[in-house]
Design a binder for this molecule. Structure first.
Ligand code: TPP
Ligand code: MG
Length: 407
């Protein structure tokens, strides 16, 4: 496995060869524009640059397709911001913002074929959008009324997973199934799986087990790590001594780092990786190098653990702005288009809000209905007791067998 260029080469003994902390951090963050290890097709200044390895995977992206990507990015950011506002106004228990990660998600999502399967973590609102899931379907999880309102089979987008890294095992098993069922090969219907997780998840045992199983079974799975550089308050440099994409070498499959704020590069690299998997050359690890521009969740306060100037630096690499600049400078797209997208995004946000504030409260006993395939006397007794308890709020009468009066 190669090491970043600025590491100290081993001389005498392992201890002396160990990189200093600064060198580790430099290796983990060596993504300045022009770094040969970072795939980029659109610079932060909106200039289309060539990467001969991946140009072919984005060659059909003419001005209309680019407009489509811009629209995706703006609409997803708009409802994400509305999610934050709804939580602040007490309409949601929590919201998990994706601010800054729109390109990483839209690029990957738009690279998928309809027959591919996705396993998200909890922040993949942009990927959900590309699978045709209405944003309002995401709200129940964050309002605490359900575990996800979409059909994972119909949308080929699994329910959100909150347990860090666990979906890597699910995705690997699913991909092994695709292989066992003969769905991998050169045909147009061949399938792959893509699994989304964060930088912090790469420290979980589940992720490593998934990598091992995927490798030895040549499972058609793209491991898509959005390295937003923080696992809540834990920075990436406390999770790894090598850039995350290089970990793939230890398992025997390719790893590649892409500019996660460049939607075109994310799309091209993911198309390549999914094609590899569909034709039997999986698995592949993609590290989409990006930045979480907001808090971890609405329950988090990042000012407690990171400096504001880091955020200011990343604002200059905004994933939406570079597409806008490219459309204006290289494709002469006029203001009218941007105004239309803005108006559409405001309509979406209003619909999102309207849906949220008018969501019916689920019946209190709903939690008993879908736990077991069949009813049982014990469960029915629990349901009845729970309903009695709720009714006691209305009547003020003490519960049977209890001296306590509900107030
Ligand atoms: C198994 C497990 N351990 C701890 C947590 C608490 N937790 C929630 S999010 C998170 C950090 C995850 O960071 P990362 O994988 O980088 O994803 P990000 O949130 O940055 O997208 C942790 C530790 C959890 N949900 N599951
Ligand atoms: Mg992270």
């Amino acid at each position: 496995m190669s090491v970043p260029r600025d590491w100290t080469p081993p001389t005498a003994g392992v201890q002396e060869g160990r990189p200093s902390r600064d060198q580790v951090v430099a290796g983990l963050k060596a993504t300045d524009e022009g770094d040969p290890e970072l795939v980029q097709l659109l610079t932060p200044e909106g200039e289309r640059v060539s990467d001969p390895r991946f140009d072919g995977y984005a060659s059909d992206f003419d001005v209309d397709a680019l407009r489509g990507l811009y629209r995706d990015l703006v609409l997803v950011r708009r409802f994400d911001r509305e999610g934050n506002a709804l939580q602040r106004q007490g309409q949601l228990g929590i919201w998990v913002p994706l601010l800054g990660q729109e390109a990483a998600q839209i690029g990957a999502g738009r690279a998928m074929a309809p027959q591919d399967m996705a396993f998200p973590s909890y922040r993949e609102h942009g990927v959900a959008w590309t699978r045709g899931i209405d944003p309002t379907d995401l709200l129940g999880i964050f309002r605490g009324t359900d575990h996800g309102s979409w059909d994972p089979k119909a949308t080929r987008f699994h329910l959100y997973t909150i347990v860090i890294g666990n979906q890597v095992l699910n995705a690997t098993g699913y991909a092994m199934g695709q292989k066992f069922e003969g769905k991998v090969g050169e045909g147009p219907d061949s399938e792959a799986t893509i699994c989304f997780f964060g930088d912090g998840a790469t420290s979980q045992g589940d992720v490593h087990e998934g990598f091992v199983w995927a490798a030895v079974y040549d499972a058609p799975v793209v491991f898509y790590c959005q390295n937003n550089q923080w696992a809540i308050s834990e920075p990436t440099e406390r999770q790894s001594r090598v850039p995350l994409y290089k970990r793939a070498g230890g398992y025997g499959f390719p790893g590649i780092r892409v500019d996660g704020n460049d939607v075109l590069a994310c799309l091209a690299v993911t198309r390549w990786a999914l094609e590899e998997c569909r034709s039997g050359n999986g698995p592949v690890l993609i590290e989409a190098f990006t930045y979480r521009m907001d808090a971890h969740t609405t329950s988090d306060d990042p000012s407690r653990y990171r400096l504001a100037d880091e955020l200011e630096l990343w604002k200059l690499k905004d994933p939406i702005e570079r597409v806008r600049v490219n459309l204006v400078r290289e494709h002469h797209v006029g203001q009218e288009f941007f105004d239309e997208v803005q108006a559409e995004s405001d309509e979406l946000a209003a619909r999102f809000r309207e849906f949220c504030v008018n969501m019916p409260q689920p019946a209190p006993d709903r939690m008993f209905s879908q736990v077991y395939a069949e009813p049982s006397p014990v469960l029915e007794a629990q349901r009845a007791a729970y309903l009695d308890y709720h009714a006691s709020f209305e009547t003020g009468e003490p519960l049977a067998g209890s001296s306590a009066r509900r107030v």
